[in-house]
Design a protein around this ligand. Sequence first.
Ligand code: GLP
Length: 245
Amino acid sequence: MMSSNAPITVIVEPTPLEAGVRVASEIAALVRAKPTCVLGLATGGTPVECYRELVRLHREEGLDFSQVTTFNLDEYVRLAGSHPQSFRYFMQQHLFDHINIPSDATHVPSGIAEDMSLEAIRYEQDITRHGGIDLQLLGIGHNGHIAFNEPGTPRDSRTRIVSLTDATVKANSRFFESESEVPRTAISMGIGTILEAKRILMLATGEGKRDAVKCAVEGEISETCPASFLQEHHDVTFVIDAAAA
Ligand code: GLP
């Protein structure tokens, strides 16, 4: 599956809004073609416009999520889903509460499971039980991380507990009252987990992501830039805005 190494397709849209709408239209096309599809979803500032467009497509064009299953990439350890900065809360606010997806079809790893290692194993098993991810949406960190797979993460990593780098804690502190409130650990799908998705769509916008996009698409494949492992997948599209190009 991963051996054909087709070059990464890069689509440049003029603005972040148009990039988000473009990705939403790709997701919508899959949902229409395969109503029982399994979507891998991401959080962060970048996918907000994409989710807004999916909500619009549901409300105005009847895009039907009733048979769709979703798996999110990651969650902060120690944040309950009711915490406003948790990724579960983000997904409810930006997408799940506004579309007709059954709540038990939306999966976000639990950050408060009693046994977090078991939660990681359970999450992987759940993905497998649903037949794997048809389309994985990704964002990228300034240091080239995908999900919470920081530089140094091996290619064959699976869902597990990870430590965040200072740079990631700092970047994500904009969503918290202060940097000290940002959890330093998370549960995250691994690079190996992500690479098993049948298709991958990366959304990256803004000048600050330009170097990360460059290292991902044309840099040497190495743990230094975790997103560079995407070059080993046979069906990856980057949708970026002009500033990130
Ligand atoms: C976080 C998430 C990633 C996300 C990245 C970029 O750390 N774990 O999944 O892609 O940051 O986020 P943003 O879109 O806010 O720049």
